[in-house]
Structure formats: C-alpha cells, structure tokens
Design a protein around this ligand. Structure first.
Ligand code: ZN
Length: 193
C-alpha cells in the first residue's frame, strides 16, 4: 500500500470520526456512531477483499451527508467526485417520509452501481448484526423482525457483486431469524418494551 492510499483512508476515518463525534448508535449511549462506518469499511476490506480505495473511503463516509451537516460539495472537495458520487448513492433523501424512503431503497437497489451495491451489502450486515445483538432498548421483537426482512429485500437487489460478502450476509440473516423467530412465531414472547 502506498502512503498516498494510507493517507486517503485515514483522512476518511478522521473526517467521519469528526463529523459523527456527537452521535451514538441508536439506543446505545456508549457506542460511538463512527464504529458503524468503520465496521462497514472493514467488512469490505477483510471479507470482501475490496482494494478499491474510493469504495473504502465512501464506506467510511456513507452516512456523513445523511446524518450530519456535511454537504456533498464538502465531500467532493476533500475526497473527489468519484467518492462523492458513491456517497450520494448511499444517501437517502430525508425530506421524504421514512416509510417511503425504506420502500425506495428496495426499489432502487438493482439500479445502483456495483460499487454502491458492495457498500450497501456491508451496511446491511453491520445494521442487522446490531439489531440482533444489541437492539435499541425500545425496539420490540416484531420491529426487529421487520428490519431484518427489509434488509433482505434491499440486498436481494444488490446480489451478484461479491460472493464472500453475500455469503456473510446470508449467514448473518440466518442467525438473525434463528434468534428472532420467523414471522408469526413467538410474536408475544420477549417483547423488550
Ligand atoms: Zn450505515
């Protein structure tokens, strides 16, 4: 790895950590939000074998515009147009109601670029793991199941880009269903709220 690549990656880590500094993972006051984006990039590199620096940078930056005051112009200026476009692909329009945004993620998945799909799969692996292993305290089992199903529906449109990442996604989802129970099973037991 050249020192230029190391600088590009570490620059994105620093930028994400700075932008997300006041945020924590949903419902967990002790888990910094930036852990999530670092995990997404780490999964792409370690599991997916991804060496495309722009993809790894975009993974680190994928929630900055959606969840902080960061602008696309700022991302482009610091990391270039290629990274900016990938971040844009990963950014939901928050002016749209949440239910519609979620529906659009499913509808738009197949039209994403291959690189965007890679980040999306790793993002869903990270999120589903969190929802299963340390859910926000106010989430019911039903809400967790609905989330896992939605993640599956989004990733269904992203397949065919990376065998290893997709295999890990399938494993994480299988474990999730084992823990949460399939639709209709045990609906009332273990509600967390
Ligand atoms: Zn994310």
């Amino acid at each position: 790895m050249s020192s230029a690549i190391q600088s590009q990656l570490l620059g994105a880590v620093l930028f994400a950590a700075t932008k997300h500094k006041d945020q924590r993972r949903k419902g967990h006051s002790t888990v910094p939000y930036v852990n999530h984006v670092i995990e997404v990039a780490e999964l792409l590199a370690r599991v997916g074998g991804i060496t495309d620096v722009a993809v790894l940078q975009a993974a680190l930056l994928h929630d900055t515009v959606e969840d902080t005051e960061t602008t696309f112009e700022e991302v482009e200026e610091k990391f270039g147009a290629d990274v900016q476009r990938l971040v844009e692909e990963m950014t939901d329009d928050k002016s749209i109601p949440k239910a519609e945004r979620k529906r659009l993620q499913i509808a738009h998945a197949t039209a994403m670029s291959e690189r965007g799909k890679l980040i999306k799969i790793a993002d869903k692996i990270s999120n589903i793991r969190d929802i299963v292993d340390r859910p926000p305290p106010d989430w019911t089992w039903e809400r967790r199941r609905t989330y896992v199903q939605w993640g599956e529906d989004v990733v269904a449109g992203c397949r065919g880009v990376n065998v290893k990442l997709e295999a890990l996604f399938d494993m994480v989802v299988a474990e999730a269903w084992e823990k949460l129970g399939k639709e209709g099973e045990g609906k009332e037991c273990g509600e967390t709220s």
